[in-house]
Design a protein around this ligand. Structure first.
Ligand SMILES: [Zn+2]
Length: 273
């Protein structure tokens, strides 16, 4: 399939106009007339994932996070981004980014997260605004667990089914609290803490939660929190989009095995709370 044809499929599933105004999505490198056979799916474009694409002879990297979010006036190979751009072009690897437009799509990034956790009967945590309104689109997802379980057990489930590795998950709230209604948001979801509170969910699972936001939220009577990490809450989307590409475009797809979570290790202290 030619890259130009694949772009039409991407645009239908993740229209660029659904992206936030500050976001930069779409094609970053690549010739539209070029034939695409193998796609590497990654969350982050890093020197390691670019090297992975070249080693795998991938024609395209589909990435979640933009490589060039801020405007640049040079792509000289004098910094990591410039070197990656050169490596991509020199090896004829196209790069396509689907970021906040893939977040709010349905199915989107948070659907893959909710699926991994077995959450059913879903609706958006914050429904999408024009021009993406309707059809279950929006940021995050809210739904139910098929069985009620204590917070501790739900956190253990999350740590097990998400690629949290050595980092595990962090919990805020009573570990014995009964959990049935769950809100999730892949990536950095602290922006949607008020929605999770208003909807009266039992727990909100996302990544990148900060001290003051979490403390204030709990003081205001908000639901329990689980921070499962930015990367680990977005990574399940890669398998979903890879499967869609195989089916829709008959392309060979590879989910990158490179962990691009900047956090690599968790060391425990020896005091108990
Ligand atoms: Zn993200």
């Amino acid at each position: 399939m030619r890259l130009a044809e694949l772009m039409v499929l991407f645009e239908a599933r993740y229209p660029a106009e659904w992206a936030e105004h500050w976001d930069r999505v779409g094609l970053v490198t690549g010739r539209p007339e070029r034939s695409i056979h193998r796609v590497l799916c990654v969350i982050d474009v890093t020197p390691d994932t670019v090297a992975d694409a070249i080693a795998l002879k991938a024609d395209l990297i589909l990435a979640h996070h933009p490589l060039l979010l801020k405007g640049v006036s040079s792509v000289a190979a004098v910094n990591p981004a410039g070197r990656m751009i050169h490596d991509l072009i020199a090896n004829d690897v196209a790069l396509f980014v689907a970021h906040t437009n893939a977040d709010i799509a349905s199915p989107g990034v948070s659907d893959a997260l909710a699926d991994a956790l077995g959450i059913v009967g879903r609706m958006p945590l914050r429904p999408a605004k024009f021009p993406a309104t309707g059809d279950g689109r929006g940021h995050g997802r809210v739904g139910r667990l098929p069985v009620v379980m204590p917070l501790r057990e739900f956190a253990q489930l999350a740590a097990r089914v998400l690629p949290t590795g050595d980092l595990g998950v962090r919990i805020a709230g009573d570990p014995a609290k009964r959990i049935t209604l769950v809100a999730v948001c892949g990536g950095s979801g602290d922006e949607f803490l008020p929605q999770a509170r208003e909807l009266g969910v039992d727990v909100y699972l996302t990544g990148d939660l900060k001290h003051h936001k979490a403390s204030d939220h709990l003081l205001e009577g908000g639901p329990a929190l689980i921070d499962a990490g930015h990367w680990a809450t977005e990574q399940p989307w890669l398998a979903e989009v890879a499967q869609w590409l195989q089916k829709e475009a008959s392309l060979e797809t590879v989910v990158s095995s490179v962990r691009t979570d900047p956090w690599t290790m968790h060391v425990y202290g020896n005091f108990a709370r």
